[in-house]
Design a protein around this ligand. Sequence first.
Ligand code: S3P
Length: 410
Amino acid sequence: MTTTIKPKTAVGGVITVPGDKSISHRAVILGSISEGITQIHGFLRGEDNLATISCLRQLGVDFEEDVDNNILRVQGVGLRGLKPPKDVLFCGNSGTTMRLLCGLLAGQNFDSVLDGDPSLRKRPMERVATPLRLMGAEIATTGGNAPLKISGRPLVGIDYQMTIHSAQIKSAILLAGLYTKNKTKVTELKQGLTRNHTELMLANWQRLNGKIHICGDFSSAAFFVVLGLLLADAGLTIQNVGLNPTRTGLLTALKRMGGYIKTNITKTEGGEIVGNIFVKKSKLYPIALSGNQIPLMIDEIPIFTIAALFADGTTIISDAEELTVKETNRLQTITTELVKIGAKITADNQGMVIEGGHPISGATLDSHGDHRIAMSLAIAATNAQSPSIIQNANCADISFPDFYKTLAEL
Ligand code: S3P
């Protein structure tokens, strides 16, 4: 799909965004291996999450969808109830599906194969296979990548010191740890820098009593936070968004740039903080972003670069090498595309330099099949001086179905 984005002069109002992608993955995985029915409200029906459901169905789990009321019911099979899959488990574009299922499947008493689309087949998988092997897992990667062949076998708990900031690795080990007799311990490089949704959901599972309400995805709200800072004269409110502090590093960065952003917490559910975000058009100043600030906004760097384009002066991003192994090499893809609209931006394999404050013009742009690149480009194009065309725009459906509709309605 190709979409045309016309420049806007102002936006405003109150919006909501679809359910959190990371929490949705975890809710269906834990629901599948618990006893009885789990009722999930607000599950994200994005392509990545549908891939997780499809794999779990192949593992013998039944799902019932009430699309009108946005309720998904998972018929849990219990910790030992998963069945051997008859075919390859296809994870599509979803790194979270592949890495979390790798942890879940390592300790089963059957074998399985995980595969993905061409983008996922390029992403590093030894980072999950290595710690799982320390637990006794037998996992063969294909030159470090998918397809992954998992020979299910008994596992032992480990005391693991993480070497990369990654919630997916942490979660894979914790899921495998559910299948060991002894304790599994994961120590992060620094606590509180990677999303802790798995830990919170495990710790709160019993209290949730079979009912989970999934909040709006902060990473989806992020596109409209930046749009609001650029165009919302009277303000823009995004309601019911997850405000887990391991996710909201973008707000800290944008406030440092001078952004007018107010959050108010409305509830805490299952350990997850939820609230509303109010943003108003603001004059933005450049900042330097590095070190521990990066993991806290790991998925928001592409949209952050759009804010930086409109800040008067030079913004520098460093220590961001993890961005090179996402759905695309995001440092490169966002830079390649933004140059086409006249941005003064350069990238290497650990960061970017963005010289903001120059006017940008419309152009024909390409998402490279990366959902967060597509949506970041759409926000940039909304602020250009002439219309833009975005090719391969439909990949936004991976995490934010109706993104273009929400943008058009503002
Ligand atoms: C995710 C963790 C992050 C993030 C991804 C979702 C998760 O990946 O970039 O979009 O749900 O655990 P890493 O663990 O590779 O940093």
